[in-house]
Design a protein around this ligand. Structure first.
Ligand code: PLP
Length: 469
């Protein structure tokens, strides 16, 4: 429940005057400020004026078990009362940090049995890089340091994670690391040449990875970073077999495979981890965050194999310690939230619900393909994206000045639904507790909003009558 004594206009003003928001277009922010979210319940959030919205994006791909669970509040409060903090440096731990690590080892595929904690996905990926470098140093392979990732892959916003990120728009105006990090192209089937088969497209992308390893030199390449489904780059599902084939290339050259499951883990695709259960691969490292606590508290994890742990935990030749860690590594309250979150997911069989309701959601969202500007609807289960285009045949984009993704999101918001604009696309990643009624409302509202946007675009000359027909 929100506190009724708080004046929301004052909050709005304080925010506008003092809070530097992440990922924000300051030119519009300085005019309009922010929507204040003040209350929530399961799949709905409320703004400061009490208007309710179905949250089609689960906060930011993370509120998997739904909002405002009393049980979560209790588990968090209990841990605060018991012991709210202790450092895990060296030889100290807390009950939830140990329990959650054991649970993650049980759930993760293969022999990924060792867990390092940070505060989110970016840090989980930065940690993976530092561990990989330390690992190869330990093995005496000191040149093996380079990282390969994909255009349109998203891996976070710390310096290294953003360098590994391949969304070119995200790099504008910033510097990134260019010695260690190298990008290959995105396995986006929608944007492949018309005449190319999916199999040929897949083989071409896999070959590109092998070529890049050979170009940089296998002795210099340490790891390949890949999301099972590229999320923030536009929910791109690589062609069938891509994951297994890229893993085989990595194995051939002794390159470690890092599966960035920051979005795909903890139920979004109907599995606790998607790497093996959905895509048939056991990577060397899985990074995760978001759904690990369903966003109730910040927490990320880097889960590594027995083989890697064996190497990094050996006595260090030159006396080096594993000098990596954060004050809040293994924070007991965040870990308690993680333990309770997973307990709820298992007890309520949320993965089973995603397999059923997520399949219905996927089918319903895909029905929007009949709309004249919807060029592609892709994704799986509760991770979907709609790509809007000016011409379905040529896949030509609508003029970026039309801000089509934002317009659709605005129309949705007026109708009580939050969807995420991503340039000319809209992304959907709702809480996993969505009911059939919620799915039907979401899809009907999206349809209405896309139709309203088409009318706007036509009125303003961004779309011809023919294109909107
Ligand atoms: N990796 C992926 C695949 C993500 O989608 C994100 C965030 O959206 C991150 C890493 C970064 O996570 P965080 O924002 O928690 O640092």
């Amino acid at each position: 429940m929100s506190d009724n004594n708080i004046d929301m206009n004052t909050v709005w003003q304080q925010d506008k005057d003092h809070y530097i928001h992440p990922w924000t277009d300051f030119s519009t922010f300085k005019e309009s400020g922010s929507m204040v979210l003040a209350d929530s319940d399961n799949v709905h959030v409320k703004d400061g004026d009490g208007n309710s919205y179905l949250d089609g994006i689960g906060g930011l791909w993370c509120v998997n078990i739904g909002y405002a669970r009393e049980e979560m509040a209790q588990a968090i409060a209990d841990q605060v009362r018991q012991i709210p903090y202790y450092s895990c440096f060296g030889h100290h731990t807390t009950v939830p940090a140990a329990q959650l690590a054991a649970k993650l080892a049980e759930l993760a595929p293969g022999n990924l049995n060792h867990v390092f904690y940070g505060c989110g996905g970016s840090v989980a990926n930065d940690t993976a890089v530092r561990m990989i470098h330390f690992y190869f140093n330990q093995l005496g392979k000191k040149t093996k340091k380079k990282i390969i990732s994909r255009i349109d892959g998203y891996h976070g916003s710390t310096y290294m994670a953003m360098s590994i990120t391949g969304v070119k728009f995200d790099h504008i105006g910033f510097d990134i690391e260019e010695q260690l990090v190298h990008h290959i192209s995105c396995p986006n089937p929608y944007r492949r040449p018309d005449e190319q088969s999916l199999e040929a497209f897949c083989d071409e992308k896999v070959q590109e990875l092998e070529d890049k390893i050979l170009e940089l030199g296998p002795d210099n390449v340490a790891a390949f970073f890949a999301e099972p489904i590229l999320g923030a780059g536009g929910v791109i599902v690589p062609p069938e077999g891509y994951h297994q084939k890229t893993l085989a290339v990595c194995r051939k050259y002794g390159v470690l495979y890092v599966s960035d499951e920051v979005v795909t883990a903890f139920g979004r695709l109907g599995h606790m981890f998607a790497s093996e259960d959905e895509f048939g691969i056991v990577p060397d490292i899985i990074t995760c965050a978001k759904g690990l606590t369903s966003g109730y508290l910040p927490l990320g994890a880097t889960i590594i194999s027995e083989d890697m742990y064996e190497v990094i935990s050996k006595p260090q030749a030159d006396g080096a310690l594993f000098t990596h860690g954060f004050t809040y590594s293994g924070h007991p309250v965040s870990c308690a939230a993680g333990v309770k979150n997973i307990e709820i997911m298992e007890r309520e069989n949320l993965c089973g619900h995603v397999k059923d309701m997520g399949a219905y959601f996927e089918e319903q969202v895909k029905s929007l393909i009949d709309l004249p500007i919807v060029g592609d609807v892709r994704g799986r289960k509760f991770m979907m994206c709609i790509e809007n285009v000016a011409n379905k045949e040529t896949k030509e984009l609508i003029n970026p000045d039309a801000k089509v993704g934002n317009r659709i999101a605005d129309h949705c918001q007026k109708r009580g639904l939050i969807v995420r604009p991503l340039a000319h696309m809209n992304v959907l990643s709702p809480p996993l507790t969505l009911s059939k009624e919620n799915v039907d409302f979401l899809v009907a509202t999206l349809r209405e909003s896309i139709e309203a946007t088409m009318a706007d675009l036509q009125n303003e000359g961004f779309l011809t009558a023919e294109a909107a027909a």
